[in-house]
Design a protein around this ligand. Structure first.
Ligand code: ADE
Length: 258
């Protein structure tokens, strides 16, 4: 997959993409990343990328011309899109559709993505209307720019590209993939400061371990994010289990170190 990111702050990149799983994916030629400075597509001496909002009001608005020209230059430099069609052009903005694991999964299937990082008070509406094919928000809060949002989207998406993670089954248990939060994980030592690893995990009985993990995922989701359960495809027995959890005060708390 090739990813193009358009930004007014190219110095923020490659940042997190220079380490860990992403860097390994780049080394293995599964992913490539190009960062484009939107100012390189301006034509005046001052490289003006923003201007006052029509109608007045605080702040500046990003001009449409350099953004359109940057996207057009990227598209004209790539081979014919072929069967896959043109790449999605994603505007990061607090007004977009809310990012989720299923959107990450959907994006990971493309061969090419173009991301536009907004800034200032916003981006001229014509970018969202006539250039972007998608608009994504990473949450109901306002960042000072779309760069961190682009990093979040690319990070969550890239690890789902086949081959990027070592084992093809490892993303399957992630929180949110099954609609549930992930079960608790432990490693050695088996006892630490008097806190023991649950016996079942040491048993070597994989059927029992899988049953325990599924129950823990359901318990944890019902404690922390009960609104997720409605879409989580629980069996009738599991739905019954949730009712038991809710009625049982001893399981009905979120463990937290104080
Ligand atoms: N730009 C500013 N805030 C944002 C958000 N919450 N998501 C995506 N892009 C943004």
């Amino acid at each position: 997959m090739h990813i193009d990111i358009l930004t007014l702050f190219p110095e923020m990149f490659p940042g997190p993409f220079q380490t860990g799983i992403f860097q390994r994916a780049v080394d293995r030629k599964l992913v490539s990343l190009s960062i484009h400075n939107i100012r390189d597509y301006t034509h005046d001496r001052h490289a003006t990328a923003d201007d006052y909002p029509y109608g007045g009001g605080a702040g500046m608005v990003m001009k449409p011309e350099p953004i359109f020209e940057a996207v057009e230059a990227i598209k004209s430099g790539m081979p014919e899109a072929g069967e896959a069609g043109p790449p999605p052009v994603i505007l990061l903005s607090p007004q977009g559709r809310l990012f989720s694991q299923s959107i990450a999964n959907e994006l990971s299937k493309h061969g090419h993505l173009i991301l536009i990082c907004g800034h200032y008070e916003g981006v001229d509406e014509r970018v969202g209307q006539h250039l972007a094919t998608d608009e994504i928000s990473i949450g109901d809060y306002v960042l000072s720019g779309g760069e961190l949002a682009a990093m979040v989207v690319v990070d969550a998406m890239a690890r789902l590209i086949p081959g990027v993670l070592g084992s093809p089954i490892s993303p399957l248990d992630d929180s949110h993939v099954s609609g549930l939060l992930e079960y608790p994980q432990y490693t050695r030592p088996p006892e630490y400061r008097g806190w023991s690893v649950p016996e079942v995990l040491l048993s070597g009985n994989h059927a029992q371990i899988n049953r325990w993990r599924r129950q823990q995922a359901i318990l944890r989701t019902s404690q922390r994010r009960p609104e997720l359960l409605a879409a989580a495809n629980l069996s009738p027995e599991e739905s019954q289990l949730v009712k038991t959890f809710i009625n049982d005060k001893t399981t009905n708390h979120v463990p937290r170190a104080m």
